[in-house]
Every structure is written in C-alpha cells, then in structure tokens.
Design a protein around this ligand. Structure first.
Ligand SMILES: Nc1ncnc2c1ncn2[C@@H]1O[C@H](COP(=O)(O)OP(=O)(O)OP(=O)(O)O)[C@@H](O)[C@H]1O
Length: 290
C-alpha cells in the first residue's frame, strides 16, 4: 500500500510537478496480412508513459534524470517544458524552460559563426545583443576561428553539440533542460560545461540533465531522479541513486530479472507519496502551469 501522503513544503521552487501523469493514445492502422487488412478499422493503443508523480525542484539545483530506454524521462521533460500537457495533475514553472536537445535547431549548411548569430536571434536577442554575445558563445564552445568558419555539416557530433550548448545557454535561462546533448564532449569541454552550469545555478536557476551516462550525472548534478517504467523510483543523492540504478541494470542484463524486479519494487515502495504544500498557500504569481 502507498504510504501516507506527507506534505512537501515548497519555498523557492523553480519547477513543481504535482501528481502529474501522462498517457499517450496511439492510433494505428491494423497490419496488412497477405495484401489484405487483417481486420477493418483502426487500432488504439494506450501507453501509460508516466504514472502520477510529485516532486519539487528548488532554485539552484541541478537534477539528473536517469532510467532505462522508454522509462519516461523525455516525457517528463516535455511536461516540464510545457511541450506536453499532463493527462492528469499539474506542472508549474517559474519561467519558461529552455530545452537543449540533441535535435535542437542548428543549420547544417551554414558556418558555426552564422549559427551563433541565427541561434541568438531565434532566442529573441536583437542583432546588437547577438553580436555582443558572439565572443562568449565562441569561447564557451571552445571552437577556434577556423572551425567557426566551416559549415556545420563538416563538424563532428562533439563539435556540433559544444556549439549547441554554448548557443542555448547564452540567454542565461532560468530553467534549462538538457536532453543527452553533453555526452559527446571531451574532458576540456566537460569542465567548461560544468562551470557554465554552476554559473547558471548560482543565478538562482535550475538545470535538468537527462543522460544515460551515470558519470555525467555524478559529475554535474546535485540531485538525481530515477524514473523506471513510468514510476518515480528514487530521488536523492546522485551517488546513491546511480549506484542502485547500476545494480538494477546489471541484474537485468545478467538475466537475473526476478532480482532486478525485486530491487525495483523495493525502491518504488520506499518513495513516500508527497502532497505539495505551497509556502504561501497558493502557487507563486508568474508561474506557468501545464
Ligand atoms: N509520442 C508518443 N506517442 C506514443 N507513445 C509515446 C510517445 N512518446 C513516447 N511514448 C512512449 O512512452 C514511453 C516513455 O517514452 P520516453 O520517450 O519518455 O522514454 P525515455 O525514458 O526518454 O526513453 P529513451 O531513454 O529511450 O530516450 C515509451 O513506452 C514510449 O514508447
């Protein structure tokens, strides 16, 4: 049985997820068999991607989000950024989150230099502001002038993600969501990335980092959330959460699935159900709601 719903007092929240759940309804045509449809009509599949979950992220936190493929991480991040509305529950954010994903728009045909300008303009800067930001973006990307003159299609994936990260963080976003974009960087870039993330956090923002790289989570995050099969499984110290997650994935990949499921059930049962209690009784003004 679920433990009693304790109050979760939120004082300086950046993001609050309050009993939010997400179910996708997928409609697909039935498979064609022998040149004819197996049966007429459309099949509907319901995918319960996220079961109701509650947590709050305060200003200054960097939260790593882990879980096996298809566990619900990206869905959760889409709820946080407002790209998706939860099917039940609410998501609150104190400002519009900026999503930095592997597919964020960079134009392959034009130079890195032009991408900096286009990216800054796309994020709402004026031409002058974009020109002023240019040097900081170039420095953070670690790309030299020769590289910045080349078209993006000549970049390695690591170079492209460095540039993408530098452009996306140039606006000093309050809430930054990074989906897997940092795993290709080399050691030097990781050190700069870490410094930049710390800077953003110090400006009272918060950062979410979705990654399959547990060392990246340990290195960059002050907190880790493990989502498995759409269920909030652990939430806390990155070292502890990643260690347990590693034990789980090892059991599953070694074929010890019963033991894996046992560990999962044990951890999920330990998660105390929380009820959001706003410090002032209501969500702070200026929060966006999904
Ligand atoms: N647009 C969609 N329509 C239907 N089902 C979806 C959709 N997007 C995701 N899902 C399903 O929701 C579940 C969670 O997917 P999600 O992409 O959130 O997982 P993830 O943890 O980010 O996975 P990965 O690590 O592989 O990127 C999966 O079962 C997936 O098939």
């Amino acid at each position: 049985m679920q433990p009693h719903a304790d109050a979760l007092e939120v004082t300086r929240p950046s993001v609050v997820v309050d009993e939010a759940a997400m179910t996708y309804t997928v409609r697909s045509a039935d498979a064609v068999q022998g040149g004819r449809r197996a049966s007429s009509g459309v099949r509907t599949t319901v995918v319960e991607a996220l079961k109701p979950l509650t947590f709050a992220v305060e200003r200054g936190e960097s939260v790593g989000v882990i879980g096996t493929n298809g566990s619900g991480k990206s869905t959760l991040m889409k709820l946080v950024t407002g790209q998706l509305q939860p099917t039940s529950g609410r998501v609150y954010a104190t400002s519009t989150p900026v999503m930095l994903g592997v597919n964020a728009a960079l134009v392959r045909q034009v130079s890195g230099e032009d991408n900096i300008m286009l990216g800054c303009l796309a994020m709402g800067m004026s031409r002058r502001q974009a020109r002023e930001k240019r040097d900081a973006v170039a420095a953070l990307s670690g790309l030299d002038d020769k590289a910045l003159e080349m078209p993006l299609k000549a970049y390695s994936s690591g170079m492209a993600s460095r540039l993408q990260f530098a452009i996306a963080t140039s606006v000093d976003p309050d809430i930054l969501v990074i989906d897997e974009a940092l795993n290709t960087g080399d050691a030097q870039f990781r050190a700069r990335t870490r410094a930049r993330l710390d800077e953003l956090r110090e400006q009272a923002g918060c950062v979410f980092l979705v990654s399959h790289s547990l060392s990246t989570i340990q290195e960059m995050c002050s907190r880790a959330i493990w989502i498995e099969r759409g269920v909030l499984t652990m939430d806390g110290d990155p070292e502890r959460v990643t260690r347990t997650y590693r034990r789980y994935t090892r059991r599953m990949s070694d074929g010890r699935e019963d033991e894996g499921r046992e560990l999962l059930a044990e951890k999920q049962a330990e998660v105390v159900r929380r009820r959001i209690a706003w410090a002032d009784g209501t969500p702070p003004t200026g929060t966006t709601q999904g």
